[in-house]
Design a protein around this ligand. Structure first.
Ligand code: ZN
Length: 99
């Protein structure tokens, strides 16, 4: 139960942060002191729960720094391995925001 309560609090903190500014997964993991891989799980859950409030998790997708390809169809929050277009792996991190 303790753990669950903590998870709820962290999730609420992430929501509050994303209502005010654009943040990457790294920013969020530092702001709430959890590993980046836990942030992915929270984002997926937040996206689902926001829909019932008329809000939405949006932002700028991962972008390839070599050719400009945008991973805008991507439904996952973890970092893509490489660009499907040019096969390079210099990617700009995705930025999230709640609107
Ligand atoms: Zn590319």
């Amino acid at each position: 139960m303790e753990n669950n309560a903590r998870r709820q609090t962290v999730r609420q903190q992430i929501i509050d942060l994303l209502r005010n500014e654009n943040l990457t997964v790294r920013d969020l993991s530092q702001a709430v002191s959890i590993p980046e891989k836990e942030v992915f799980g929270h984002l997926a859950h937040i996206d689902r729960s926001l829909k019932s409030h008329g809000e939405k998790l949006t932002g700028i997708p991962y972008t390839c720094l070599d050719c400009g390809f945008e991973f805008d169809q991507r439904k996952k929050y973890n970092r893509p391995g490489r660009c499907p277009q040019c096969k390079n792996s210099h990617l700009q991190p995705a930025v999230y925001r709640i609107k």
